[in-house]
Ligand binder design. Structure first.
Ligand SMILES: [Zn+2]
Length: 145
């Protein structure tokens, strides 16, 4: 009986958010990778819940999309028990757009990386920091004095 195929790079579950990310993923993926395209990063959780129990040791997870979407996929995978070393992201080239985690009320919204933002939930004026949380899939929004 043949054992598992251990030649070449490990197979990947590639979660692409949006059509553009799906096309980028298709260009980079190998035949044995499993590509799933979702409309919104919020849909990643559903796909991961269905796919993760089917993966065996050695699989890797890749989030593809805008910087914010790819980070959200990574956070969803980590929340479901994936190890940091098992998850990578392929952000598309619009890193000016980030998911911001409000340091006051923990709501998450999107903003330009170089911008000041008001939290849509609590209204606090936030400065978008460079401090990125892989667990939250967002950068920290620090209240402005
Ligand atoms: Zn807030």
């Amino acid at each position: 009986m043949p054992g598992p195929d251990v030649s070449g790079p490990p197979p990947r579950l590639v979660l692409a958010v949006g059509e553009r990310a799906g096309a980028a993923a298709a260009e980079r993926c190998a035949a044995r990778d499993r590509v799933r395209v979702v409309v919104s990063a919020d849909d990643a959780a559903t796909v991961l819940d269905a796919e993760l129990p089917r993966l065996t040791t050695g699989w890797r997870i890749v989030g593809v999309g805008t910087t914010a979407d790819a980070a959200a996929v990574r956070a969803a995978a980590l929340a479901r028990g994936a190890l940091g070393e098992e998850v990578t992201v392929w952000p598309l080239d619009d890193s000016w757009r980030v998911r911001v985690h409000c340091g006051v009320c923990h709501h998450q919204g999107e903003s330009r990386r170089d911008a000041l933002a008001a939290c849509p939930a609590c209204g606090t004026a936030l400065a978008v920091s460079d401090q990125e949380s892989r667990v939250h899939g967002a950068v920290l929004g620090v209240p402005r004095a």
